[in-house]
Design a protein around this ligand. Structure first.
Ligand code: BJW
Ligand code: ZN
Length: 258
């Protein structure tokens, strides 16, 4: 049963969520671009988002890269530079702290920006790759960070093949092991937070729905309802950098008074 999809004030934690926090043994946090918005990383589809200027289907596809590698490479270079110039925000830090507070904890992200790792999360299941990693289309050699050419022009590997960002474009498969791990976690957890994602891109967007159908309490944190808001147990309207730290503080308070 959908307990409540009504938005609530960020500072109000429902009795149902308090109960879930106190009893959960396995917690999953599933994140999207919105968790990095308060760090200054533009989201993909919200107002002012990256893809207001560019059609995602024109840039995040293999066809686009084959057609105009320099355009796609320069877009990723620009994003990589933006990401390197920002810091994790209180939402990332609260998620990293949450890892210590439950017997089992799984962090699954659609983001490619490394901000969870930089905030201290020890194991991040990346469904859409990582912008700091590149690979040769021909021989498969990987390039990390500055090993990838910091230019606006797509470069070739020593074997002659083009180097591409090691991210997952539309029409490409997600990394099998990470997806399997995420799906297993979603269907076996007690509590799942879906934070800062519009939940429009599949198969990632199915994870909160799978969790809810398998019996978990599912909480969405987003300034506006996502496309799966009607499928979750509870929506908390607000920014992740405000709401999630409040939840973690409340959990610690509950633990000390128990
Ligand atoms: C805040 C906030 C704050 C703001 N606090 N919140 C089933 C049905 C229909 C279609 C498909 C399907 N299965 C597969 C498909 C096709 C396709 C797909 O889903 N298309 C949709 C457009 C319908 N999926 C795929 O192609 C996937 N591959 C696949 O399925 O392989 C098998 C297959 C192959 C061939 C044929 C068929 C199947 C691959 C998907 C790869 C997605 N890649 C990208 C780019 C990654 C690299 C890069 O970064 O450049 O991943 S697309 C882009 O979207 C990126 C993101 O990770 C992803 C999700 O976006 P996200 O995170 O939700 O961001 P936004 O901007 O959309 O939303 C931000 C949210 O934050 C908003 O809600 C704000 O309100 C909120 N927010 N401030 C909290 N402060
Ligand atoms: Zn090569």
């Amino acid at each position: 049963m959908n307990m409540s999809a009504a938005p609530r004030d960020a500072s109000m934690i429902s009795p149902s969520l308090e109960h879930a926090l106190e009893t959960a043994r396995h917690v999953v946090v599933f994140t999207g671009a919105g968790v990095s918005a308060e760090s200054g990383v533009p989201t993909f589809r919200s107002a002012g988002g990256l893809w207001e200027k560019y059609d995602p289907h024109q840039l995040a596809t293999h066809e686009a890269f084959s057609h105009d590698p320099d355009l796609v490479w320069s877009w990723y270079s620009w994003r990589r530079n933006t990401i390197r110039g920002v810091e994790p925000n209180p939402g990332h830090y609260a998620i990293a702290e949450a890892e210590q507070l439950f017997p089992q904890f799984t962090l699954v992200t659609q983001n490619v920006d490394n901000l969870h790792q930089r905030a201290g999360s020890s194991r991040v299941h990346e469904l859409h790759g990582n912008i700091e990693r590149s690979r040769c289309l021909a021989c498969g050699t990987y390039f990390m960070g500055d090993e990838a050419p910091p230019t606006d022009k797509a470069q070739s590997c020593s074997c002659g093949g083009f180097i591409r960002p090691d991210v997952v474009w539309f029409g490409e498969s997600l990394p099998m092991e990470e997806l399997q791990h995420a799906q297993n976690a979603a269907t076996s957890c007690d509590l799942l937070f879906t934070i800062g994602t519009a939940a429009t891109v599949y198969p990632a967007a199915m994870l909160p729905v799978m969790a809810r159908r398998a019996g978990a309490y599912v909480v969405e944190i987003n300034p506006e309802p996502s496309s799966i808001a009607h499928e979750v147990s509870e929506c908390i309207t607000g920014a992740s950098g405000v709401v999630f730290p409040v939840i973690i503080e409340r959990l610690k308070q509950l633990r000390t008074t128990a």
